[in-house]
Design a binder for this molecule. Sequence first.
Ligand SMILES: [Zn+2]
Length: 363
Amino acid sequence: MEKSRRNFVKLAGGAIGSAAVLGSASTASAQESVADVYRSADPSNYTDANRTSSDVRWIVIHTIEGSYEDGYTWFENPDANVSSHFVIGNEPGQIMQMVDIEDIAWTNGGDGSYNDTGVNFELEGYANSTDFNDNIYEQTAEAVAHICEKYGVPKRHPTFDLAPCDPYDGEGGVIGHNQIPNADCTGVTDGKVDPGDTFDWNYLMDLVDGEVDDGDGGDDGDDGGNGGTAGWPTYSSGDENRDVYTVQYLLEANGYPMEYHDGIYGNEVETTVESFQSDTGLTVDGVVGPNTWDELVVTASDGDENQAVRAAQDNLRYKHGYDIAVDGGFGPGTEDAVESFQSASGILVDGIVGPQTWEYLVG
Ligand SMILES: [Zn+2]
């Protein structure tokens, strides 16, 4: 993340440099260190406030439904009545801050409580259609990680369909506009879908966690990936790695819904593993070792569409480097990757993720 994009874009026409002069009249602007440029939203588009870390609980990701310039010029327009703390573009250096974190940006809808508790990111692009590039993921991740660390927001992406009615319930985290409840808490606010299904949350959160290099990593063969080794690993509370995503998805494949898919072996994973062990007649210890893996793995093959497929795809992509979609649908791309992985691991090549292939994936 030390690339040459820290070249401080001077969109403000020379005003930058004399210490935070871009703010509105009343207060000096508090530019976060991660912002490449500060360009204030119109003061009529946000609430001047004095929020502290305890008020900041959620980071909310949006798409502008337009370009970077469309985003920041709209928030400068006094007629907009909307704003965002950050606007992120897909060119290097486009991390713009427009509202101080202590102030309340208006963009989440609902009853306003997620504005009160949120730090908002508007990303260049369109929900459900933009193929977001590496710059925008990296720039977003850099700023998200900074806000998480500075204001104590958990670096997790809860996958619930609807965030808590009361934003002070739950642990907080990094969510999409499409998870914000409406004022009655009966559904998603204003039918919002952003950032949409072309946005790769796993990739963003890996970058936020610092698990992924921002370069292209070196796994650039035809299918890109590498093989695995035999032997079931043991995971327990406090572990945090890619195989824990596999555990989370496989628990779902076995009929145990999970709120979090974040690679963290926390309370939810432990108690769900205990239920699973109890239900399958295993020793109940909340630890995933060889016996639990044996029961947990679900065979996945061509045409399947379920969380076992997602578990395999996630592991193939993020642990073993295969450039495939993680969408829960077992199609030709997944089958090719499985065969390539089996070949690289020196096991039977049949394109089916059965017990032995699972053992090599997580081994
Ligand atoms: Zn939005």
